[in-house]
Write a protein that binds this ligand. Sequence first.
Ligand code: ATP
Ligand code: ZN
Length: 213
Amino acid sequence: MSTLLRIAIQKSGRLQEGSLDLLHESGLSFSNGKDQLKTQARNFPVEILFLRDDDIPQYVEDQVADVGIVGENVFCEKKKNNELVKRLDFAKCRLSMAVPRSENYTGVQWLNGKNIATSYPNIVKDFLQKNNIKAGIHEISGSVEIAPGIGLADAICDLVSTGSTLLSNGLKEVEVVMQSEAVIIANPTLDAEKKKILEKLLFRIEAVRKAKN
Ligand code: ATP
Ligand code: ZN
């Protein structure tokens, strides 16, 4: 049996369409039925796995997948044994601190002694440390933007693209913690054959990018 490079992409959500487009535009022909867990390309030595994006860094570390497409925010948060091999220029957003609009936010020191709700505790911890701030981190997995309104936290750190979700929850963006876009991550110990397939795929992705610009 010849080698296949296993690529993990998000099963459904904001990264799904961009990931599928990227692979299709790179000339890979494959079916993606709704309830499929994985599929093999007909014309390129890859197998595509459809997974929850949050799980992808761990699967890549464990070599269940060889490479994956995730948000840079997830790559940074998970701190798994993954290598960032390429930024993909889609799913752009930022991870930001936001506070109630009524607060007189004067600067990052405002966060001292406060409680911050987030789904990104590791990134927030690093940010606070870098800025010499001591604050509580309250990890929640979804609907972070409602936390201040229900008295769960003084501030939040969450993904923002247009800011409309913040606005409708009475919050204002006060610090950009990181910029993010979709990225390809890889296990750092791929064998030579898999590396060759990955190089070929990256070459095609780059060719598509050049053709678009
Ligand atoms: P689930 O894990 O249940 O699928 P999720 O919130 O992790 O939910 P998505 O909302 O699909 O998944 O987001 C996936 C990625 O898309 C994010 O990690 C981020 O990198 C990117 N993204 C791009 N724009 C946005 C945005 N406006 N809001 C949130 N994420 C965004
Ligand atoms: Zn997710």
